[in-house]
Design a binder for this molecule. Structure first.
Ligand code: P6P
Length: 283
């Protein structure tokens, strides 16, 4: 697995350079979710695909930017499902964005995730890696190299609230719950970039990130294999919880299609338990 993590460190520098130098225009194509692709999306995807092609333990790649499964090494062990540049539309307003990697062994479903990692491209490049049985580990680029900073863990109760999705399309239950957190004094922290938004909550002691099903997106917006399950693993390893609107652990998701989405809630125990109560879910 270490060869995978070293490759992620390498592509982090290449993608960070592309962010700082590439043309921020749109390509003439769409991704599998029907979203317009920035040239930077395509470039980041190519950087990752080329980098993993020479990593023998990687059997397949599944990219948010492409349809289907790409076989790399028939004798490989792991399938890497990745979002090469999540939130890329924020680059042209100079906000932080990220790359997300889910490392699966066997069928592509939550229970077969063996590790996950994400890179944040912000004022500094930061990387968090989570493996089974270990707290997530934070790395930061210092003097041009990734240095290990320490373990990431969340308090039982946090202060930050990151409510995603179009508010006019939330259910009444969700709106009432989100408002109740603000009434308790939670501070709004939402940039529209899943990676920095979830990173901030994990590093600042906890809180809640929510992207519910909405009237316009009943199954939510965030993709199970590339975004939801990798972060669910992170949050559980950091001592928090990650569930859907029915109270099911997101780690139990079994997508029927690689680009399936799910309503998702990630947070510290207090906030997720409060959401379960608000949604009428047994704690
Ligand atoms: P909304 C970025 O496009 C993204 O996929 C995630 O990074 C982010 O959390 C979400 O969409 C934002 O969506 O509907 O709140 O703008």
């Amino acid at each position: 697995m270490n060869s995978i993590f070293e490759t992620i460190k390498s592509v982090a520098f290449d993608i960070d350079h592309a962010i700082k130098t590439a043309d921020l225009g749109y390509s003439d194509s769409e991704n599998s979710s029907g979203e317009d692709q920035l040239k930077l999306d395509v470039q980041s995807d190519i950087i990752i695909e080329k980098a993993f092609a020479s990593v023998s333990v990687v059997k397949n790649l599944v990219s948010e930017e492409k349809e289907g499964v790409m076989e790399l090494n028939e004798n490989g062990t792991y399938t890497i499902c990745y979002d090469p540049l999540d939130g890329s539309s924020l680059v042209d307003v100079n906000l932080s964005v990220g790359s997300i990697f889910g490392i699966y062994k066997g069928e592509l479903q939550g229970s077969n995730l063996v590790a996950s990692a994400y890179v944040v491209y912000g004022p500094r490049i930061e990387l968090v890696i989570a493996e089974k049985g270990k707290k997530p580990l934070l790395y930061r680029v210092i003097a041009g190299e990734f240095k290990e900073v320490g373990e990431v863990f969340m308090d039982e109760k946090g202060k930050l609230n990151a409510p995603g999705g179009t508010q006019q399309n939330w259910s009444t239950t969700h709106k009432t719950f989100v408002d109740s957190l603000f009434a308790e004094g939670y501070r709004l922290r939402y940039s529209g970039g899943m990676v920095p938004d979830l990173h901030q909550i994990m590093l600042k002691g906890g809180g809640l990130f929510s992207y519910p099903g909405t009237t316009d997106k009943p199954d939510g917006k965030l993709r199970q294999l590339f975004e939801v399950i990798p972060f669910a693993f992170m949050y559980e390893q950091a001592g928090g919880q990650a569930i859907n609107n029915k109270g099911m652990r997101l780690m139990e998701l079994v997508p029927s299609h690689p680009h399936d989405t799910s309503p998702c809630f990630f947070g510290s125990n207090y906030e997720v338990n409060a959401l379960k109560s608000a949604y009428g879910i047994e704690n």
